[in-house]
Design a protein around this ligand. Structure first.
Ligand SMILES: *Cc1c(COP(=O)(O)O)cnc(C)c1O
Length: 329
């Protein structure tokens, strides 16, 4: 059975939005390579196609959604600037996108965020405002800064233009591979997977989209099974890009409609995948970026005999912790 998704409500982004995002990103985002590995295929009995977003500008797919969201703002709104809360890849994606579009970017980060991330974000020209996550109300601070500056808040996943931008990763992948049987995508808040699912169902009817989460942070899996958004404590996992406590109001209905299942992998399985990518494919992949591949390698969902797309979501890890993780395994 093919499931060509139709928007359930006017607020949900559709494949046409992903196509518009692709036009905006053309020549600006890197069309990242799709890599294959005979060893990975022999290990799994599948044909695996890895979409290497670790090689995207600023090191992760987040650039796609951030750029599309800022570029979609009306000109007058844009000039007043944009704001984001993030200590991770969304901060750097927003900072770089704002720099390229000539839009002022303010990033609110907890003051205990890694110095390297703060510096990288400033390096792309963003203003970083540090806050104390224990004593300050993040939302109130965000509203105050937004009101003072007339700036637009761009969330990391629960935004139609962010979702449409992220979906261009799967659009490019399937343009290159042709129809797939299965698409494996990691999820935190679900922006990447919901955008990729829009593209996948439109370009490869009958494809199954499966989400992958860290074992410790399986709120998406619980939510999909319960039929409502389940919120969990901030999970303890090396997959720091997937430490979100809950799916969003836009991503959840898209996931319910377009994602067949969500499976989980352990931190040890992530480290095994990091090692495989480094040794065999000469790729530096951050722990979160390994989620989808680890599900294929550990057979968390049947892949044998199938053509499988695997999104490698990012490669931002400092080498000291990368080496520590591999040495400990
Ligand atoms: C943000 C991020 C994710 C999770 O993306 P969502 O859209 O929140 O599901 C996965 N991997 C990396 C590298 C990220 O930066």
């Amino acid at each position: 059975m093919t499931t060509m998704p139709q928007p359930a409500t006017p607020d949900l982004p559709a494949f046409a939005d992903v196509e518009r995002a692709a036009a905006r990103l053309k020549g600006i985002a890197i069309r990242t390579p799709v890599m294959t590995s005979r060893t990975a295929d022999a290990m799994t009995g599948a044909s695996l196609f890895f979409k290497c977003e670790n090689l995207q500008r600023m090191g992760a797919f987040k650039f796609r959604g951030a750029y599309n969201a800022i570029a979609s703002l009306p000109e007058a709104t844009r000039q007043r600037g944009v704001i984001a809360f993030s200590s991770g890849n969304h901060a750097q994606g927003m900072a770089l996108a704002g720099q390229l579009l000539g839009v002022p970017v303010t990033i609110l980060m907890p003051k205990d965020a890694p110095v390297a991330k703060i510096e990288a974000t400033r390096g792309y020209g963003a203003e970083v405002i540090l806050f104390d996550r224990y004593s300050q109300d993040r939302e109130a601070l965000g509203r105050q800064v937004a009101a003072e500056r007339g700036a637009s808040l761009i969330p990391p996943f629960d935004h139609p233009d962010v979702i449409a931008g992220q979906g261009t990763a799967a659009l490019e992948l399937i343009e290159e591979t042709g129809p797939l049987d299965l698409l494996l995508v990691c999820l935190g808040g679900g922006g990447l997977i919901s955008g990729c699912a829009l593209a996948a169902h439109a370009l490869s009817p009958g494809v199954k989209v499966i989400g992958v989460e860290p074992e410790a942070g399986n709120d998406g899996q619980q939510s999909l099974r319960a039929g409502r958004i389940i919120k969990i404590e901030v999970p303890k996992t090396i997959a720091d890009g997937a430490q979100t406590p809950a799916l969003g109001q836009i991503t959840f209905p898209l996931i319910q409609r377009d994602v067949a299942d969500i499976v989980t992998v352990s931190d040890a399985e992530l480290v095994a995948a990091m090692r495989f990518f480094a040794e065999r494919m000469k790729l530096v992949v951050e722990p979160t970026g390994c989620l989808a591949a680890a599900a294929a390698f550990a057979a968390k969902t049947p892949v044998k005999g199938l053509r499988v797309g695997v999104i490698i979501s990012g490669g931002n890890t400092d080498l000291a912790s990368f080496c520590r993780l591999l040495a400990a395994a």
